[in-house]
Design a protein around this ligand. Sequence first.
Ligand code: ZN
Length: 442
Amino acid sequence: MLINFKNIWNRLLPHIVRTKPMSDLCDMCQKNNAAVYRSANLPDVVKRAKLKKQFEHLELVSKERSLYRDMVSQCKKSVENLTLGSNTQCSRNINVHYSFDYAQHVHYPSNPLQPGPMYFLVPRKCGIFGVTCEGIPSQVNYLIDEGMCTGKGSNAVISYLHHFFNTYGLGEQHAELHCDNCSGQNKNKFIWYLMWRTLHNFHFSITLNFMITGHTKFGPDWCFGLLKQNFKRTEVSSLADMVECVEKSSVTGVNIPQLVGDEQGNVFVNVYDWQDFFAPYFKQLNGIKKLHHMRFDINHPGIIFCKTVCDENEEAINLLKDVSVHPPSALPEVQKPPGLDLKRQWYFFNKIREYCTEESQDTVCPLPVDQPSNCLSSEDESEDELPPVERHNGKKRNCKLSTDDLVTFWMNSKKLIVQQYQTKVITSHYWALKIERPLPLP
Ligand SMILES: [Zn+2]
């Protein structure tokens, strides 16, 4: 049916085209390319300068990429015959490379044969944080239920990574880490944590490397891809199903599931208050956003070695407020998971429960203990809930137009442009529509 639709579309409206799937676009590349494109009528000197700028950017990208590849291939040699699991910290004199990132969250219950009304509902969210050891290759996926989610801040990232080192680490003395570029605030907390690890001999040395924004395709994306492919094919009704879906996402068992907590609120991976714990001991590093490489080692307590790009010279900076005072090795205070608010609990019970399998109904959408208060959803309010819509790069976003809105819009306007709206007929593609005339009403 979709094929017929496409054929008719191409025959009758050949001037309206679909945007090609794109992801992780680089702002710098786009700006430079646009500048090159616009320089067609300008003098050769100007043209050359604009081309040179983009050339230099790509050179840098390629250098950083080879650094990543080298680290991964080095790691492959040192982790031969090893598997992720409980290994005594610093028990092996090897270099191991790990990458970590968040995936776009998924919703459950989820069914490959999605019932129509489900499209307009917002089921329970499950965040995914992955730590990959490309050398094996294997990835531990932290499954973060909506009730467990304390946000994507530094406390959560550090806590999951801390859990990973303790529970799944290979016992390496030297760790090399790669991650997507994150905000300066998070970066500061993160380097404090790595510094703390080397201060207490949990690692002898650590390097932290950030990918160039817009050129961040790396190990975790590959593992998330496998996971999401299987998720689309599998009926997932509960976190237990999600765990199974992760396990079965590859034949060789690349993806390992790790629940952060279950639907009832039992916590398996603690989130600690690292921010307040470190703040009295460490200084903020200025201009941290520009830095792409950092290094810590036990022979230089409190000193961070950093550089902007891989082929520059390192700069040594002291991070300790008082060089004689180190943060303790004991763990910070545990942060309690926020849990689900009453409104969401009743929403799940009233709207989502029927889409769960019978066995999972009482775990995923149980009858809330507390009565709904006045502010809770009436029948119409659910209409305001925005349906999750598949975006062109596979990420979800909320659609702000309902079919009724569109019809009204069509009726009221002579000339209109509808962008970023996905019709229900074409569920897996992103369409940019440009409609010059009002369409006939259905
Ligand atoms: Zn770029």
